[in-house]
Design a protein around this ligand. Structure first.
Ligand code: ADP
Length: 423
């Protein structure tokens, strides 16, 4: 190696990964760490655990490659929130995890935010902030709010109070006007909100002590990050409007790059800004988890071999793990439909795969109806991406070219952000 390398890290739900790439996007090193369970007072000390993992990942980067790391960026789970002391960066309470809900804050949040705004959900960052503000007695004047990614990046650059407009969306930041809206700035807690940068913009040089401890170069930059699901989208390098990524994991999630911003709280549809475009998305409750209830992964592979993907299955199911669907149909009472079950398991699986593909197609057409750019090409991520028969079925049902995404790791997407910050 003689030229620059770019380091991305992903702090996901169960562990963290890193990817080190060059400017062509080739991977030079990658690795993974589970979060060690640091305990304090009988609860998991997540902040300590993330911090330890950050430095473990830096140690995992091969010593010989560290002098070439031109820039670093990272992503964290969306809406994972820390309230810290604005001068020391020390947490003033335990962190609020991404999935945690603070329904106590909803009445106030709903009274200040526009109807159906993204913050009007109990797990939004703003609800977490309001819940802390209303219950905690520690020094509110010196408090600062940071998202998980902001806090981990701060450990590297030392500039407290910086975030990015993807992480800041759920606290109420408006990426369209590039500012917090007036209804938020007029609140008594507005001084705790971080300043916001575009993901991938450089925040500053890596701190001297960390630089020398690990052997990173003198001008190594630390760049604004993003959320884990956006980093996973970035990994697919779908940079043109109309390019989309479907994640076929336990659930089905679709993301589409659009010229227009669309929002519809009924379907849980909202848009993240990506430069001058919008990343619109929706998530259905159908997906691989239902498959796993019926078939093992080995059975899925064997049975799929016998499916003729060119033939449409007449079976019409709505595979769900439990009652309720949000996207592309908003119906909290929707009942799972997996009957009649034919005698042949091949036909049964064909019917389920075809039905999930129909839900995916309906998802893309709903996004179009809501005003998004029409999908042109679909990349696939997640466990379902390896099923080539399913890919063929989906191509036929969607009427679009479908292929496996070459890269799906969020850490790779974060490395692309680091690359862009260094340019
Ligand atoms: P998670 O969302 O839990 O991270 P993964 O991306 O690891 O999920 O994907 C796991 C899912 O992929 C499982 O629910 C499983 O049913 C599904 N899956 C695994 N192998 C296949 C296959 N050959 N065809 C279709 N689906 C599969």
């Amino acid at each position: 190696v003689s030229e620059g390398l770019y380091l991305g890290m992903d702090f996901g739900t169960s562990g963290a990964r890193y990817a080190l790439i060059d400017k062509e996007g080739n991977i030079h090193a990658e690795g993974k760490r589970e979060y060690p369970l640091h305990m304090s007072k009988e609860t998991v000390d997540w902040v300590q655990s993330w911090k330890v993992t950050l430095f473990l990942l830096l140690e995992d980067v091969p010593v010989s490659l560290r002098p070439f790391v031109a820039s670093i960026s990272l992503d964290g789970t969306s809406a994972t929130t820390l309230i810290v002391d604005s001068s020391t960066g020390e947490p003033l309470s335990r962190p609020f995890l991404y999935s945690e809900s603070c329904p106590d804050a909803l009445p106030l949040v709903k009274s200040i935010a526009p109807v159906n705004h993204t913050v009007c959900s109990g797990s939004s960052t703003l609800c977490k902030l309001v819940s802390w503000w209303n219950s905690d007695n520690s020094n509110k004047e010196s408090a600062a709010l940071l998202h998980q990614a902001d806090w981990l990046l701060w450990l590297l650059h030392g500039n407290l109070g910086v975030s990015d407009y993807n992480n800041a969306l759920k606290v109420g930041y408006d990426p369209e006007i590039d500012s917090y809206p007036p209804w938020l700035l007029s609140q008594p807690f507005s001084h705790v909100l971080p300043s916001v940068r575009a993901p991938g913009t450089s925040i500053g040089f890596i701190k001297e002590d960390i630089r020398t401890r690990f052997g990173f170069p003198e001008n190594c930059l630390v760049c604004a990050g993003t959320t884990d699901s956006i980093a996973a989208f970035l990994a697919a390098r779908a940079t043109q409007p109309g390019k989309a990524v479907t994640s076929l994991g336990s659930t089905l999630a679709i993301k589409l790059l659009s010229i227009n911003r669309i929002e519809d709280a009924r379907f849980g549809v909202y848009s993240h800004r990506l430069d001058d475009k919008w990343l619109v998305g929706g998530a259905s409750n159908t997906g691989g988890a239902v498959l796993r209830q019926i078939f093992t992964d080995e059975q899925l592979e064997k049975l799929s071999e016998h499916i003729n993907p060119m033939e449409a299955s007449p079976l019409d199911y709505y595979p769900l793990q439990s009652v309720g669907e949000r996207f592309p149909v908003a119906d909290p009472k929707m009942v799972p439909r997996l009957h009649p079950r034919p005698e042949s398991d091949v036909e049964y699986l064909h019917g389920i795969l075809e039905s999930i593909a129909r839900i995916e197609a309906k998802g893309y057409s709903l996004l179009k109806d809501l005003g998004a750019t029409e999908a042109e090409q679909v990349f696939t991520a997640g466990g379902g991406a390896k099923n080539e028969k399913w890919t063929k079925i989906r191509e036929r049902v969607l009427g679009l070219p479908v292929c496996r995404a070459p890269q799906t790791e969020a850490a790779y997407g974060a490395a692309l952000l680091a690359l862009r910050g260094a340019q």
